[in-house]
Design a protein around this ligand. Structure first.
Ligand code: G16
Length: 527
């Protein structure tokens, strides 16, 4: 097992020992950092039978990458070697074992969402207790809520709780709508329907909407977990990959629909056009909406800050063209995994990062935030400049900067659409996506595939990249890459081309190449 894209994931049965050891590791990290560490038990977008565990660092950021290898080593030793392995970690990291009083915040997703979570959470608590950690179980939360609570806690607000999260973001949203004079004069009349993937987001979004008020935002929750299964035929991953609505959802042209994933850290929007064609507004479109809104307000406020967008290889070619060539916004590309995008985003004054799958947020450093706040009251600026600065400040307050947060991102999208007086139609027309297709291939051992250049090229097996290049050349505007998943036991394939037929065909051909060269198992990928 390895600490993959976002922690350990796999079939829940037989994984207790990994969770137990991660409880121990979290306690050690807490002693080292002299701060609380978060542990999240979730497998996010994976099917219900899977589960997973990831550690969260004190400021709400993902576990430092240098500790991922320690986690992998600890998870892979035999029971006989466990004490020795722990001693090695303690020695190599110089962990002061006498630091005992730091709190480990632990959260589980309860029975109704993943049947395995209760026992796996217990295993984490047992592991942490073995090192004398004080554990505070916040119970059922979305992943981003835990990141937020942890960051507040370590920032000195030791009484922080879930309610604090709702009050913070509900007030930020209301404040922005007030400023753009829409809150009272022009209340929202059109609802946004949100598929919560039968996950934890349903109850949490309902609470957030209540705190905002139905006269300000009209949210209809779909797939609330009362009947359907977690992430089955629903949720952000299903909608993005299948390019279709969640099962059973009746849609109206140009109404707004959104999907979360199981732990509510991903968001995508979609609608139907007037011919009832399915239209997806994924992470790329959300990033473009956020970045252009920020850039426009920076310009109007005459504030000079370095804005950047961070994408992965999955970003649609036309989104990249739109941002670089039409909008002149700086772009960076990293491997898949929000931990990489987040790190890169921090190198900009304001970094907007999104994976096409809807996982993303905005980072802005405190100095820049102060600059924007000061501009909102600067008597040397014009009223128009001050107004733009104020809107920008309030907009950034809606964002959960610790990690991608479906609820906050939803509020941010809704706020921009209201400010611009845009329907979903104007939003999706900002650029037209290149048709694309994603696929999965089963291979005997996905670790034999090694990639480079931010996952855009295959290094090993050496015959695979030339085969992909040859296939890509056959299709106008063709692009394709493959990479081993870090959360599922599959190799992922992405293809885009000038028509949907060509994108499908390219994905099919590349999948076969992966199967043939990469040691495919089971049925040949045919779709
Ligand atoms: C996690 C990561 C994302 C990543 C996704 C899929 O998301 O946080 O950054 O895009 O897994 O990763 P892979 O393609 O390696 O399987 P989530 O929402 O499942 O936690």
């Amino acid at each position: 097992v390895s600490y993959g894209t976002a922690g350990f994931r796999g079939n829940a049965s037989g994984m207790e020992y990994v969770f137990f050891r991660m409880g121990m590791l979290a306690a050690l990290r807490s002693k080292l950092k002299e701060a609380a560490i978060g542990v999240m038990v979730t497998a996010s977008h994976n099917p219900e039978h899977d589960n997973g565990v990831k550690l969260i660092d004190p400021q709400g950021e993902m576990l430092a990458q240098s500790w991922e290898s320690l986690a992998t080593a600890l998870a892979n030793v035999t029971n006989d070697q466990l004490i020795e392995q722990l001693k090695q970690i303690i020695d190599s990291q110089k962990i002061p074992l006498s630091n005992t009083s730091f709190m480990l915040i632990h959260v589980y997703i309860n029975n109704s969402y993943k049947p395995s979570s209760l026992s796996l959470s217990r295993a984490v608590l047992d592991g942490a207790s073995a090192f004398g950690a004080t554990c505070h179980d916040h119970g059922l939360l979305t992943t981003p809520q835990l990141h937020y609570i942890l960051a507040c806690y370590n920032g000195g607000d030791i009484k922080v709780d879930e309610e604090h999260y709702y009050q913070n973001y509900a007030s930020a949203f209301k404040a922005l709508l007030n400023v753009v004079s829409l809150c009272k004069l022009n209340p929202v009349t059109s609802p946004v329907t949100v598929d919560c993937a039968n996950g934890v987001g349903a109850a949490k979004l309902t609470k957030l909407a209540e705190r905002i008020g139905a006269n300000i935002i009209d949210i209809v929750v779909y797939n609330d977990g009362q009947s359907g299964k977690l992430n089955e035929n629903c949720g952000a991953d299903y909608v993005k990959v299948q390019q279709r609505a969640p099962a059973g959802l009746n849609m109206e042209p140009f109404h707004r629909y959104a999907s979360f994933d199981g732990d509510a850290d991903r968001l995508i929007y979609y609608t139907l056009d007037s011919d009832c064609n399915f239209i997806l507004l994924d992470g790329d479109k959300i990033a473009a909406l956020f970045a252009t809104y920020i850039r426009d307000n920076l310009k109007k406020a005459s504030i000079n800050l370095r804005l950047g967008i961070i994408q992965t290889a999955y970003a649609n070619g036309n989104s990249t063209n739109f941002l670089i060539n039409q909008q002149n916004i700086e772009i960076a590309c990293t491997p898949t995994g929000v931990k990489y995008l987040h790190e890169k985003a921090l190198t900009f004054d304001i970094g907007v990062y999104f994976e096409a799958n809807g996982h993303g947020t905005i980072t802005v450093n405190q100095e820049c935030k102060n600059k924007i706040s000061a501009a909102a009251f600067d008597p040397n600026k014009s009223a128009e400049e001050r107004f733009a600065a104020k809107k920008l400040k309030l907009f950034l307050d809606i964002i959960n900067q610790t990690v991608g947060d479906a609820m906050c991102d939803l509020l941010a999208v809704e706020a921009i659409l209201q400010d611009k007086n845009w329907s979903v139609k104007e939003w999706y027309r900002i650029y037209t996506e290149l048709p694309n297709r994603q696929a999965k291939v089963q291979v005997a051992d996905r670790r034999i595939i090694e990639t480079g250049d931010a996952e855009r090229k295959v290094i090993l097996p050496s015959m695979l990249q030339p085969a992909i290049d040859e296939l890509v050349r056959k299709y106008p505007s063709g692009r394709s890459f493959v990479r081993p998943s870090g959360t599922e036991d599959v190799v992922r394939v992405y293809a885009e081309a000038n028509t949907q037929e060509n994108a499908d065909d390219l994905a099919q051909q590349v999948s076969l190449a992966v199967y043939n060269i990469g040691g495919g198992v089971g049925k040949k990928p045919l779709f």
